[in-house]
Design a protein around this ligand. Structure first.
Ligand code: FMN
Length: 340
């Protein structure tokens, strides 16, 4: 099945004209259902989980790859590719554009996991001239915006140098996760370093790292970035995008959180369909559903063993009887396995 191509040169500039925040690419999390919930709540745009350029170009029937497939009517979704060979990246961009209706293409230069290291991802921070070549190759294959998402460096901060090179190679936007690859996800993201990058290039810079609330996002915006990207802080909490888009920080009621968790499960079932035994598979949501209800830890045990949509419904619908208790503030901490 083909999806209509959405030609939108200047996508980033257009989206940055309004307030809001961006949903981060997160392998194992930012799939179509999470992207849909984030978009509905006002995310400026969303980014797919990283997709192997080699896999797309050399793989068999990648057209139906759920990593790249949009949900019906999806727009404003950036597709992120990883790879290290210019020709493969250029061909992958062509495939993505033909198959997955992206709004823009992004190059992964931040992922430290072993399968990516040595081939692309954060490894490119050690050989940034290869990354510049990749951006040029991607641009030659599309009229859409091409961007890159970096960390500060491999083990030391060389983000200003790398960002300048990427901008010169034609990147329309650069996202900076304020940690080195060696740091993985430890310590705190360095927003002073992100601010230095934002002040050093004339393309928009999006800052990423440890934004867990709308007020924190507003604080980070003062560092000079064009927008803030939110990853772990958006899992089980798509309302963070609503707060930033509207300026209204009213927390969601218990009823809204339960209904959204149920909807997440329904979107999961609709997007992935039924498995071999004719049942929907809710296992990927076991790590997500409890995050909608951090104030109800007694439900965690039941939510982390769900198999089917019926299981999810059985656990959650009793909460809707006499729903809409007073809004509950959410604890800031999130529980997202660091896999990508
Ligand atoms: C589980 C997980 C998967 C990730 N996968 C990707 C990925 O596929 N591509 C990417 O560029 N960054 C990936 N990241 C990094 C995030 O996009 C983001 O830069 C980082 O988590 C810091 O932001 P946060 O504190 O808001 O989560 C991943 C992070 C997590 C926690």
């Amino acid at each position: 099945m083909r999806y209509p191509a959405r030609m939108s040169p200047g996508f980033y500039a257009a989206r940055l004209a309004r307030p809001g925040a961006v949903l981060a690419p997160m392998a194992g999390y930012s799939d179509a259902p999470l992207r849909q919930l984030a978009a509905e709540q006002g995310a400026l745009w969303t980014v797919s989980e990283m997709i192997s350029a080699r896999g797309l170009v050399l793989g068999g029937d990648s057209e139906n790859l759920s990593l790249g497939r949009p949900y019906p009517g999806e727009e404003g979704r950036v597709v992120q590719l990883f790879g290290a060979e210019p020709e493969i990246l250029a061909r992958a961009v062509g495939k993505v554009e033909g198959w997955f209706a992206p709004a823009a293409l992004d190059l992964n230069m931040g992922c430290p996991v072993p399968k990516v290291r040595g081939k692309g991802g954060a490894c490119l921070l050690q050989t940034p001239e290869v990354a510049y070549e990749l951006v040029r190759a991607m641009r030659s294959a599309t009229a859409l915006d091409v961007s890159a998402k970096i960390r500060l460096g491999w083990d030391t901060d060389r983000s200003v140098e790398v960002a300048r090179g990427l901008a010169a190679a034609g990147a329309a936007l650069i996202t900076v996760h304020g940690r080195t690859s060696a740091q993985r996800y430890t310590g705190e993201a360095d927003w002073d370093a992100i601010a230095r990058v934002a002040a050093s290039v004339d393309v928009p810079v999006v800052g990423s790292g440890d934004v867990g609330s709308a007020s924190q996002a507003r604080e980070r915006l003062r560092s000079g970035v064009a927008a803030v990207m939110i990853g772990r802080g958006a899992v089980g909490n798509p309302w963070i995008f609503r707060s930033l888009a509207t300026g209204d920080d009213t927390p969601p009621s218990l009823g809204e959180r339960v209904r959204t968790a149920l909807r997440h499960a329904e979107l999961q079932a609709a997007f992935y369909g039924k498995g071999r035994r004719g049942l929907t598979n809710m296992r990927p949501l076991r790590k997500v559903l409890p995050q909608y209800l951090p104030d109800l830890p007694e439900l965690r045990g039941a939510l982390v063993v769900v198999e089917t949509l019926e299981d999810v419904t059985r656990v959650l619908t009793p909460l809707l009887i006499g729903e809409d208790r007073a809004p509950t503030s959410r604890p800031a901490s999130r529980d997202v396995a660091v896999a990508g």
